[in-house]
Design a protein around this ligand. Structure first.
Ligand code: UGA
Length: 421
């Protein structure tokens, strides 16, 4: 199939490259020529393990353009993968969705071909049918589900393992309203040989939010129990090992510590909270999930202060990205932790294998270590991201406060505190 991918961010770049690997011709549509040039020269526009290799392998099936109209005309299928960032009140900003819907609509109206539009960007239930569809119909003067196809197909990829997640996903969710679009999408995903769950467009949109909100809830729950464990001298990881053996619960996403960050969980839970309030529902569980998450970094600081008067001391930060194998620092727990440490007069030296340049944009005036070893000379070390290489360091004689459970630090440090264990 010939496919346009609008957006070269993490969702677009991974989806497009993986679809090329499945044998499709892919046109990436973006506004940033630098990113498109990277793709054209076989370089990944985002840091994602395995992506660049796949991009190079499928180079002959991949092209790029800034001209959305042209891409639509040359393809049968378009995936909308543009960002839906948070606004100040937590609600989502749909400007990019609006802009591309108008352009796609105009393009659909100017010719007589059949085209299918698939919304992969995370949007609240109803957005595809009450915002995107009317814009497409208005601009094209054509009828959705008759003259062109429209569907929702949320993504469930995790940064750091996104390529693997694409090919080995637990399920593909398709929200459709007509048989033709359903058949096109089933044909597209059949080679993955994974369960395909087909539902309505609105339900599909909510499955995305409910999935992320549930995973975030699991983490905040693990952190609340973990805080209790800490007070009682119990290891929360052992607790959740036991809990997770119950097949109704599952052992995943119970890693307690300093909480979740990233571009998805905080944004999506906040958007769902704002949407619930708009609908007159008080989202008590989701509110608590966010509050617990926002409080976790303070647990780390509290533990540090038990062992050190931090004013004027050098505190080493291991890890700045929101999770390992990613250079993404959006909503990273390192941000509130470093802000709080600085407020208390600490001198920061930080290290991250890949995200120091990104972090410098936010915190230009903290010290960045040349090598990970420089961090080890600090008065105390805080482990904020569980990069694999932190398992190889020599923690003997050190004060370590661990937010992510690095076994070697736990075994070796002179003074060791796990946030939830
Ligand atoms: C998350 C979801 O896991 C994906 O299914 C979804 O597609 C994606 O959001 C999205 O909506 O785009 P991602 O944010 O990339 O993926 O990464 P996760 O592995 O889920 O980690 C998110 C945060 O939760 C990280 O800060 C991680 O450290 C934290 N986490 C995760 C925990 O604190 N404990 C856990 O047990 C698991």
């Amino acid at each position: 199939m010939k496919i346009s991918i609008i957006g070269t961010g993490y969702v677009g770049a991974v989806t497009g490259t993986c679809l090329a690997e499945l044998g499709h011709q892919v046109i990436f549509v973006g506004r940033d020529q630098k990113k498109l040039d990277l793709i054209n020269s076989g370089n990944s526009p985002i840091f994602e393990p395995g992506l660049e290799q796949l991009l190079r392998k499928n180079q002959e099936r991949i092209t790029t353009t800034t001209d959305l109209d042209d891409a639509i005309r040359k393809t049968e299928l378009t995936f909308i993968c543009v960002g839906t960032p948070s606004q100040d009140d937590g609600s989502i900003d749909l400007q990019q969705i609006r802009d591309v819907s108008i352009t796609i609509g105009k393009s659909l109206g100017s010719d007589n071909y059949y085209h299918t539009i698939i919304v992969k960007s995370t949007v609240l239930p109803g957005t595809t049918e009450t915002l995107i569809l009317p814009l497409l119909e208005r601009e094209s003067e054509k009828k959705a589900f008759v003259d062109f196809g429209l569907a929702s197909n949320p993504e469930f990829l995790k940064e750091g393992t996104a390529v693997d997640d694409f090919f080995r996903t637990d399920r593909v969710v398709i929200g459709v309203n007509d048989q033709k679009t359903n058949e096109i999408l089933e044909k597209l995903y059949r080679p993955l040989n994974v369960p395909i769950f087909t539902t309505t467009i609105r339900t599909s949109e909510l499955i995305k939010y409910a999935s992320n909100a549930f995973l975030a809830t699991k983490i905040s729950f693990a952190n609340e129990i973990g805080n209790l464990c800490k007070k009682m001298g119990i290891d929360s990881y052992e607790v959740f090992q036991g809990v997770g053996l119950d097949s109704r619960i599952s052992p995943h996403f119970f890693r307690s510590g300093i909480g979740f960050g990233g571009s998805c969980f905080p944004k999506d839970v906040r958007a769902l909270i704002a949407h619930a309030r708009d609908l007159g529902i008080e989202p008590q569980v989701l509110d608590a999930v966010m509050r617990t998450n926002e409080d976790q970094p303070a647990q780390m600081l509290g533990l540090l202060k038990r062992h050190l008067d931090i004013s004027g001391k050098t505190i080493g930060i291991l890890g700045l990205s929101f999770k390992p194998d990613s250079d993404d620092i959006r909503e990273s727990r390192a941000i509130p932790i470093i802000e709080a440490l600085r407020k208390e007069g600490a001198i920061i030296i930080a290290f991250d294998p890949v995200s120091m340049d990104n972090f410098k944009q936010l915190f230009p005036d903290i010290r960045y270590a040349k090598t990970v070893y420089d961090v080890l000379h600090s008065d105390a070390i805080l482990i904020v991201t569980e990069w694999k290489e932190f398992e190889d360091l020599d923690y003997r004689g050190k004060i370590v406060i661990d937010g992510r459970r690095i076994s070697k630090a736990r075994e070796e440090a002179a003074i060791y505190e796990g946030v939830c264990w």
